[in-house]
Design a protein around this ligand. Structure first.
Ligand code: ZN
Length: 65
């Protein structure tokens, strides 16, 4: 069994957010416990899926930036 934790999601154009691994609630900060389900969090895990998001934007960024 995995301990509940925050999944950190990094976004290019907006602030990082943290997703509860138990109930899926999103939070702007990794609180000690989930504001929705009240679970005590074991910590934060980084979710590398944002890299896909970055690749999607890369062509766009090459053109204008
Ligand atoms: Zn939760």
């Amino acid at each position: 069994m995995k301990k509940p934790h925050w999944i950190r999601k990094t976004h290019l154009f907006r602030a990082d957010e943290y997703v509860c691994s138990k109930c899926g609630a999103k939070s702007p900060q990794p609180y000690k416990s989930c504001p929705r389900c009240g679970t005590n969090m074991a910590g934060t895990k980084y979710d590398p899926t944002w890299v896909d998001e970055m690749e999607g934007f890369s062509a766009f960024m090459d053109d204008d930036w």
